[in-house]
Design a protein around this ligand. Structure first.
Ligand code: GLY
Ligand code: MN
Ligand code: MN
Length: 441
């Protein structure tokens, strides 16, 4: 791996420049970024959730500890306040790397010094803590500053690119292990989930989001995380699972089916054929990514492509334009094509404008630009509620309901890659480590 320490130092210099211009734009001299305060699982209990640091804090340092602070003041060296642990109940996990100590002024003290006679902003969730430090009112998470900092996170630095590639590499270990376990048979969804964690050597709380491990009909639940405990006999698996590295996330979905594509008119063979077509279609979408194109146009294109697959498979009748324009594809593919990716799975900075009303769940509405990282994740599902509503509409006549019923036990398909936009085309982090997106196995 390229020397992460020097990449990190360059990253800090880039982030400092972005902070200086964000502060100038929002009218502040300095900003305190808080790592966070542990949250109680419920107010009626004395247990706390493990800390997820404020992403804006994580941008500076891969530290998972509460009550740390970054103090940034334009023109001064950035300070990291990192208190010594004094608790005899617990000890924080050691940082994944310590190179941040070489680029920041690290102080092992309890609280930051607040620059005096300056306009100081606070970024962090714990508003009471800000108040105790004397920062109140409209200096706490000021929207103009938050928006400027969010924009700064869109174009990834070379350090971040390395972290995102590594997060993909780690997740690929889990995807391979789960596929092997699924093929071997005899496992429950819970066991497949645990196989992922074991292979990636990441605990549940470290993964970017809770693994979605959905066999059979559960594939139609977009965020299926209530894992079955019994051995699954389902022939299909939708695994949406990622890993983190230095706080950066991967978000990868693969769909597998135990059937041979096109075999003897069986439902399994038909579904496997659709998975194969879907895999090729997802790769065509990735190939269309181009600087200057609105992401929403690519989302619209994905609906035309899904409509073509619905027609080709015999699930929908009519022209591709009708299947797309009459909302039929939306009943099978209700979510957005993708979202920006970084320190959080659904990262900031690419949704400053709302999508069109017919794309309500689209999380990326930005014009595609070099340095952005986002997912490309078309889907096709058999979701009872959405399909029942479609059946009651005149457009319901366009659907072959017998075929829907035959394929519903396979749940659905989603194929998701993480890509970096280059001046021409993309670097596909996911395919570098997991060449196949979905197939019959
Ligand atoms: N894993 C959540 C998503 O794909 O957006
Ligand atoms: Mn995603
Ligand atoms: Mn995902």
């Amino acid at each position: 791996m390229t020397d992460m320490q020097s990449l990190y130092r360059d990253h800090v210099a880039i982030v400092e420049a972005r902070y200086a211009s964000a502060l100038a734009e929002a009218g502040f001299d300095a900003v305190i970024v808080h790592s966070g305060t542990p949250k109680k699982r419920t107010e009626f209990d004395d247990q706390f959730f493990p800390l997820r640091p404020t992403p804006e804090f994580h941008l500076w340092a891969p530290l998972m500890e509460p009550d740390c602070f970054v103090v940034f003041e334009t023109g001064k060296q950035t300070v990291l306040v990192w208190p010594e642990n004094t608790s005899f109940w617990e000890r924080p996990a050691p940082p994944e790397a310590t190179y941040f100590t070489t680029a920041l002024d690290v102080r092992r003290v309890e609280a930051p010094e607040i620059p005096s006679k300056k306009r100081v902003a606070w970024i962090g969730e714990d508003v009471a803590r800000a108040g105790k430090l004397g920062i109140e009112g409209d200096h706490v998470n000021p929207p103009k500053l938050v928006a400027a900092l969010d924009r700064g996170r869109v174009r990834k630095t070379p350090y971040e690119i390395q972290c995102l590639a590594e997060a993909n590499r780690i997740a690929a270990l889990g995807h391979r292990a789960v596929l092997a376990a699924f093929e071997g048979g005899g496992r429950s969804e819970l066991e497949l989930h645990l196989a992922f964690l074991q292979a990636t050597r990441q605990d549940d709380q470290e993964t970017p989001y809770k693994n979605i491990v959905a066999t059979g009909r559960n594939g139609a639940v977009l965020h299926h995380v209530s894992y079955g405990r019994d051995e699954t006999r389902a022939a299909s698996l939708l695994l949406d699972a990622g890993a983190t590295y230095m706080g950066y996330c991967s978000d990868i979905t693969r769909t597998w089916v135990k059937a041979k594509a096109g075999t003897g008119g069986s439902a399994g063979g038909t579904f496997a054929g659709i998975v194969t077509a879907f895999e090729a279609m997802q790769q065509r979408l990735v190939a269309k990514v181009a600087v200057g194109m609105p992401y929403e146009a690519l989302h619209d294109e994905s609906h035309r492509q899904v409509s073509a697959i619905l027609k080709e498979a015999g699930l929908a009748r009519g022209s591709i334009e009708e299947i797309d324009q009459k909302g039929v594809s939306r009943a099978f593919f209700p979510h957005g094509l993708g979202h920006s990716l970084g320190l959080v799975t659904h990262d900031v900075g690419c949704a400053s404008v709302k999508p069109r009303p017919d794309n309500p769940f689209l999380r990326n509405t930005e014009v595609i630009a070099e340095g952005q990282v986002f997912t490309i994740e078309p889907g096709l599902y058999f979701i009872d509620g959405l399909l029942a509503a479609l059946r009651d509409e005149p457009e319901g006549k366009m659907v072959d309901w017998n075929l829907v019923e035959a394929l519903a036990p396979f749940g659905g398909i989603r194929i998701e890659d993480d890509v970096l936009v280059l001046d021409r085309g993309v670097r596909n982090f996911t395919r570098e480590v997991l060449p196949t997106g979905g197939a019959a196995v």
